[in-house]
Design a protein around this ligand. Sequence first.
Ligand code: SAM
Length: 255
Amino acid sequence: MSLAAVETPQHHFPSSRKSKSKTNTKAKKQSSRDQQLYNIFSDIQTLYTSSKLSQTVTKHITSTFTKSTTTPIKTLLSLGLGSPTTPSKNQSRILKQLAIFLAISTSLEAGGHSVQLYAQDPIFTRADESFLSSLGISISRTTRGSELGEAVSLIDSSTVVYSPFLTLEAYEALLLHGAAGEKVRYLIGDDFEKLMAKWPKFSEERKQVTRLVKGAVGAYRRRALGGDGFWEEDDVAFPMALYERGDAGMVKAKM
Ligand SMILES: C[S@@+](CC[C@H](N)C(=O)[O-])C[C@H]1O[C@@H](n2cnc3c(N)ncnc32)[C@H](O)[C@@H]1O
């Protein structure tokens, strides 16, 4: 039944009619904004597929997860995506990070893994949550950045954590302080080698990165995820890397 068919006749309830028509206009605007977002996102996915970056990522995902993995990957968990639906100067970068996330899941599925997708960010809005769930991504929750919240129960050796541009505080919660640290076997996120160089020598951030590298990331094998054709200067994207820890955490890092 169309919306027009259930509208109340105007001569009986004029104010209600007015507010319904306002609601309809609002709903139409919202749905055209949603459609616009899906179109933009679809263009971004197409751009990614044709980029060199996608070739590098696919190559490393294939070699890491199809040839050498003994444990099947069951969970792909995004931490710190930001808000994909809120218009901002970061929106393009966030949608691009989301496109990479979905492409990684496609590569994992192609390699025989059956993967559940989750995303967690305390700033997600309802619109973000419904956009992400329309893409097959479930929401995991935390109330504070310094805590991993529900993500803790999703992380084990069959989980790939995806965390481009995650806060250093949340990286500390993930890798150093909490119950999850020892369980993070695969991490696709910021390139810590570049993070180290980003911060001035005696800054608090440099100390945090050093603690992360010495306390955790230094034990992982690093594969840089570079390649052009996707990121633009306006995205202000940060270099990414794939980290893999050996069974006993003894894989020598190439840092
Ligand atoms: C620097 S922003 C990056 C956002 C986005 N990825 C980008 O490139 O613009 C870091 C994000 O991490 C999120 N965050 C902080 N603590 C978190 C936690 N414990 N779990 C998940 N996300 C967290 C913040 O809310 C924020 O959106």
